[in-house]
Design a protein around this ligand. Structure first.
Ligand code: AMP
Length: 434
């Protein structure tokens, strides 16, 4: 059996752990961090962070990462994946070696900030220095820090490539490479950059892939970048967050009155309202302005400083309603989001899982509302089945066309591999601006 990174062939990993996800935060009977052989300063920091028991992904992943294995970790969004990775990374870092020893690639700038903050908290009592580089910030400032001392580097692929091409960035001491939101990192938009970055790590190292979702067509690619990986699957085949109620409302083509009525009548603490493109988000923002005051719009076209400000204000509950493109769909940890609203229906069942995962973090309750028009109904059956959603219908229940699987259109399960790759190229070509 051959195994290895990209291009080689790898049979499914022999070590597969499947377990039930927590329903109400961290399970009382789960292991405590003190049961692990962690350095006292790390245990002290974890204690300060208020972490006592491990979440299921932490319980399964931390020991195998500490042993040096490659890992494919699939677990529900908001289930503690950052700590599952960050804790062993800090433990395995030698602070006396002034070199980058762990490299974490993430798809968005906001995720880079959030990731490095969490690693910073874990490392607060140690001499380990984490740092993040991403676009929209002056490279010279980031370079000064990199030249001084960084042990754990979190990066978006584009900015990391800028450093690789234009500076003397040294990655020869990287012992661990992490792809967070791994399916996104292996998708068309990032794959070439990620492959190049991986090709720069020519020495022996550990690779960790973490995600809430892993489309079947990317699974083979994912395992092909790992060596004898431990596969930890706690996401039960891409279920949508189970602590949420999944509401659906059938509307006519003009969704706006339904949304306005919902925002006015529903007891919402905070909500993210997802649109499928910058243009649609802009139109929705204009329509909501004047009706609602505590409102903002986040998308990839904003200056980095504006993006950071909006996310920060939203996190601190200074903003109640945030219209967003899928830029905000992945990985971000918003504690007070009670409602995720799909104003435009998500373009895939993975997108549904990622978007709705912004509410119901760590098993908290919440509501995901998806507005569906007649046009969306044909894909709804598949979304409900794959994500194992029990829909709660608000208002009129539409007739869901029950069609044989073989006719399920471009997202059909039985599509051939050739169709799958064509579909991926087409999806990439048609990808809206976020
Ligand atoms: P993540 O999935 O890594 O974004 O984490 C989701 C949220 O859970 C974050 O607010 C973390 O700070 C929190 N968290 C992670 N691990 C634990 C733990 N073991 N105990 C309590 N909270 C945790």
């Amino acid at each position: 059996m051959q195994k290895g990174r990209f291009g080689s062939f790898f049979w499914p990993a022999p070590f597969v752990i499947r377990a039930t996800m927590m329903q109400d935060g961290v399970k009382a009977q789960s292991m405590q961090f003190t049961q692990l052989d962690l350095q006292p300063p790390i245990l002290q920091a974890i204690g300060k962070m208020g972490y006592d028991h491990m979440t299921p992904i932490q319980e399964h992943a931390i020991p195998v990462i500490l042993e040096g294995h490659d890992v494919l970790g699939l677990a529900e969004t908001g289930s503690g994946k950052t700590g599952a990775c960050g804790i062993p990374l800090v433990q395995r870092t030698d602070p006396d070696l002034n070199a980058i020893q762990a490299l974490i690639l993430v798809p968005t700038r906001e995720l880079a900030s959030q990731y490095v903050e969490e690693v910073g908290r874990i490392a607060q009592e140690t001499e380990v220095v984490p740092f993040a580089v991403f676009g929209g910030v002056k490279m010279s400032l980031q370079q000064a820090k990199l030249r001084h001392k960084v042990h754990i580097l979190v990066a978006t692929p584009g900015r990391l490539l800028d450093f690789i091409w234009n500076t003397d960035l040294n990655l020869s001491h990287v012992r661990t490479l992490v792809l967070d939101e791994a399916d996104e990192m292996l998708n068309m938009g990032f794959i070439e950059d990620v492959k190049f970055i991986m090709s720069c790590l020519v020495h022996e190292h550990q690779t960790l892939l973490f995600s809430a979702t892993m489309p079947k067509e990317l699974d083979h690619l994912a395992t092909s970048c790992l060596k004898a990986p431990r596969r930890i699957e706690l996401n039960q085949e891409q279920r949508a967050p189970q602590s949420l109620q999944h509401h659906f409302q059938h509307t006519d083509r003009n969704r706006l009155p339904t949304l306005i009525d919902y925002l006015r009548t529903e007891p919402i603490q905070q909500s993210i309202i997802f649109c499928n493109s910058r243009h649609q988000g802009g139109q929705l923002l204009t329509a909501l302005q004047g009706r609602f005051t505590s409102l903002a719009y986040i998308h990839g076209g904003l200056e980095q400083s504006q993006r950071a400000l909006i996310f920060d204000r939203f996190r601190r509950q200074k903003i109640k309603f945030m219209v967003a493109t899928d830029l905000a769909a992945r990985g971000l940890d918003f504690r007070y989001v009670s409602h995720v609203i799909n104003y435009d229906p998500p373009l895939s069942h993975e997108a549904y899982t990622n978007r709705t995962g912004r509410a119901g973090r760590m098993g908290r309750s919440g509501i995901a509302l998806t507005l569906v028009t007649d046009r969306d109904l044909q894909h709804l059956n598949r979304l409900l089945r794959i994500n194992r959603i029990e829909p709660v219908w608000r208002g009129r229940v539409p007739e869901l066309a029950l069609r044989p699987r073989s006719q399920e259109g471009i997202n059909g399960k039985r599509a051939s591999r050739r169709n799958t790759s064509r579909r991926r190229s087409r999806k990439a070509a048609l990808a809206p601006k976020l």
